[in-house]
Each structure stands twice: as C-alpha cells, then as structure tokens.
Ligand binder design. Structure first.
Ligand code: ZN
Ligand code: ZN
Length: 314
C-alpha cells in the first residue's frame, strides 16, 4: 500500500488538541512549584527571603499573563485566508477563462504552481508568475501557501504549529513570536528560581526537610522549564534571523541560495512588517489601528518588493 502523507496531517490535528493540555499541564506544574511549594511560603520568612519571594512571584505572574495572552492569541487568531474573489492584479479575462478550462481538466487533490510562460494562463511572456492552488481552486496571493493540515490556503504561511493547533501566518505571526519570547523569559525565570531549591535537595542544605510532593514537583518543574527554555531559545534565534531577512520558514527552505530576496527591505522595515511601527505595541499581540490602516502587509495580500527587483519574476 502506498504511503499517504495526508493521513499524517489528519493525525497532527488530533495531536494538536492534546498539545493545549500539555501546555496547560506545564504551566500548572510550574505554578505549583513556584507559588505554592517554594516562594509562597518564603513570603512569611524573615530576612531577605520575603522581598526576593515577592519579586519572583510578581514577575512570574506578569510573564504568565503575557504567555497565556500571546498563546491564546495565536490559537484563536485566523492566520489569514484568501478572499474567494481574489485574483492577481495582472489576471485578465483570458486568464480567468483559462483558469476555468484548466480547472475542469485537472485531477482533484493536487496542489500546483503554474508558471505563465509554460501554460495557457497568460498571453504575455513578460507577465509575472501566477500561482494557483488546485485544492482550493483559486489563485494564491504572493507568499501564500496551502496547508495540508488545515486543508486551505494560508496567507504568508510560516508553518503549521501543533503546539497552537493552528497555522502560523500573516495575522498571528507576531503573537507567535511574542509567545516564544515570553515563554523563554518565563521558563528561564522558573528554572533559575528553582535552581537553589533543586541544588538544596541534593546537598541536604535545606534547614527543613521538604515534603515528597514538593520535592517531586520542584524537580519536575525545574527539568521541564529548563528543557523548554533551551528549545524555545533555539526557535527564537531562528525566527529573529528570519524576521531580519523578511522570510518565512517555508520561504527559507524554498529560496535556497539566492543572494537577493525580493521582500528584504532592510532590517528596520522588515521588523516593522511583523511588529508594526508603534513601539508601545511591539510587546503586545496586537497592532495600532493606524498601522493596520496604513500598511497593507497586515491584510496579508500584498507585500512591498525591493526597488531593484520590481517587476521581476519570482
Ligand atoms: Zn489551497
Ligand atoms: Zn495549517
């Protein structure tokens, strides 16, 4: 029997729902270890213990609020779908007619990218390449890709993320990056705060012997949060370099070794295309109204191209 990759995609949808529970379980274990088992009781101790505990608990709650806000923003924000009447600016009536003819002759269940000079979809050899999704039966805007897990085309698709049970695309990429950022800070805070307690258990340096439940939770939270901090740091570094070059994860794989990237407008402008121009909003999973009005990139259908590559095929 032939291997069917689409069965894997269906499996990913099921795994996705479990991932939300995994995230909430890690949050609960960390909460118990920091607030209930270790730093909560420290609030009532004498000396430097109380102010340190207060600081850790306040920082933990602030970061947790940001982690959960960004996480659910990625989960519940539509990454962006193609409007049903969308067509490339260069498409004329002949192209649309050719599209209909082509649709009736295509086998179902296969995605395709059509290049103008090799098909009947354009009458001019100079027209830019038109991208078309056979599964959704519609034209694809620039930087849009078909997601087999979601079963639809997603604007500026970055990747399908099982941790958020959603695609990461044009409209939730910023929330995804902030989720990585705050998760790194939160898991680092938990690991560093639990480190002295973790060491104390092994060196018997604690004055009062800890309850077995406290010991187990502290050990588990320390190991889990340290593992998350290290792996999220890797992702964060990768995405910082992608944002700096105005590239999605899919494009990074596709563009291979091109020296110039058509959407690379310089670091500052590349950053603003994801985070907006208003500094106050850089750390929140939302955009200033003025940015949304002024910058078409946030609608996910058009993207400015560097001046020396305008009009070139991509
Ligand atoms: Zn599609
Ligand atoms: Zn998807």
């Amino acid at each position: 029997m032939a291997w069917n990759a689409f069965k894997l995609c269906t499996g990913l949808r099921v795994v996705g729902s479990v991932m939300i529970l995994v995230v909430l379980a890690v949050v609960s274990v960390s909460y118990y270890a920091i607030v209930v088992a270790n730093y909560g009781p420290d609030l009532f101790k004498a000396g430097y213990h109380a102010p340190v505990a207060a600081l850790v608990i306040v920082a933990f709650h602030l970061l947790l609020a940001m982690v959960l806000w960004c996480y659910f923003a990625v989960v519940f924000t539509d990454p962006g779908s193609v409007p049903s009447d969308w067509k490339p600016a260069s498409a004329n009536e002949e192209d649309m007619e050719a599209q209909n003819t082509l649709l009736s002759s295509l086998p179902a269940n296969s995605a395709a990218v059509l290049t103008a000079p090799t098909t009947q979809m354009s009458t001019s050899l100079d027209s830019p390449r038109m991208r078309f999704c056979r599964k959704c039966c519609q034209f694809k805007p620039p930087r849009c890709h078909h997601c087999s897990v979601c079963g639809r085309c997603v604007l500026k698709m970055d990747h399908h993320c099982v941790w958020v049970v959603n695609c990461v695309g044009a409209r939730n990429y910023k929330a995804f990056l902030l989720f990585l950022f705050y998760t790194f800070l939160e898991t680092s805070l938990v690991s560093l705060s639990l480190l002295p307690h973790f060491i104390a258990f092994f060196t018997d340096a604690d004055d009062e012997p800890a309850l077995p439940g406290t010991l187990a939770t502290t050990f588990l939270a320390f190991v889990l949060d340290l593992a998350f901090a290290l792996s999220v740091l890797g992702f964060l570094i990768m995405h910082i370099s992608l944002v700096a070059g105005n590239t999605t994860t899919i494009e990074a794989y596709e563009k291979k070794a091109t020296a110039r990237w058509r959407y690379d407008l310089g670091r500052r402008k590349n950053f603003e295309q994801v985070f907006g121009t208003k500094k106050l909003f850089w750390f929140l999973p939302m955009y200033a109204e003025e940015d949304v009005r002024r910058m078409p990139v946030f609608k996910g259908l058009e993207y400015p191209v560097r001046s020396d590559m305008e009009g070139q095929e991509f």
